[in-house]
Design a protein around this ligand. Structure first.
Ligand code: SF4
Length: 212
């Protein structure tokens, strides 16, 4: 009997693939969408053991341009400093916050982790899937599943839908498993990375300010 999607263990799916790659010695390529350097730390560390990773910094949701640039610079700094087993490259998508504002119109006041965020996840994953297909990566994935504030079920559901739409192959993950988030905090400290205090869009900034 098939396991319902919401009960799937995405981390185990990845672990099983890693085991197969270890046995065959294959090193496939993955286009890894990244939201920021701190979240990418443990994801890159794990995936680069078995994959050639290209970090895809595509985040039109970061509505403040200096903040966007700061996070992009931190991402590149980490990739340069991290000693990976397999090659890790960097690719940056177009920065177009207007596209984000148009996409989430009508959802501005949604609480974080709900409908506005689902649109935002799809915006980033759809582009990642399109680029992965066009550039013939073996897989695409996202660092977003590291965050304890983001639903891995929703993210993986969108990932699979975008794979079906584009013909790219989605790599299911749940990077928060095995203390992934905690490890990312430790690695960020170790590499002296800038850790932002809000998710990315102006609405999350307002939400965070209200909490202080
Ligand atoms: S809170 Fe984060 S995930 Fe949600 S819409 Fe804003 S930037 Fe996107």
């Amino acid at each position: 009997m098939a396991i319902p999607f919401e009960q799937m263990n995405f981390d185990r799916e990845l672990a099983q693939l890693e085991k197969r790659l270890e046995q065959t010695g294959q090193v496939p390529s993955v286009l890894l969408h990244s939201c920021c350097a701190p979240c990418s730390t443990t994801c890159i560390a794990r995936l680069s053991e078995h994959f050639k990773v290209t970090v895809f910094y595509y985040n039109p949701n970061i509505t403040d341009e200096p903040e966007y640039a700061k996070r992009a610079a931190e991402e590149q700094k980490f990739i340069k400093e991290f000693k990976a087993k397999n090659p890790v490259d960097y690719l940056e998508g177009e920065y177009n916050p207007k596209l984000f504002f148009t996409s989430v119109k009508g959802y501005e006041s949604c609480p974080e982790g709900q409908d506005r965020c689902f649109i935002c996840y799809r915006l980033r994953l759809s582009k990642t899937a399109e680029v992965a297909k066009a550039k013939e990566y073996d897989y695409f994935a996202t660092t977003l599943t590291l965050s304890p504030l983001k639903s891995a079920v929703k993210l993986n559901e969108i990932g699979f839908e975008e794979a079906e739409r584009t013909g790219a192959v989605y790599l299911p993950t749940d990077f928060k498993k095995k203390n992934g988030y905690l490890k990312s905090c430790e690695m960020s400290k170790e590499y002296g990375l800038y850790r932002q205090q809000y998710c990315g869009c102006v609405y999350s900034l307002r939400h965070d300010l209200k909490l202080k």
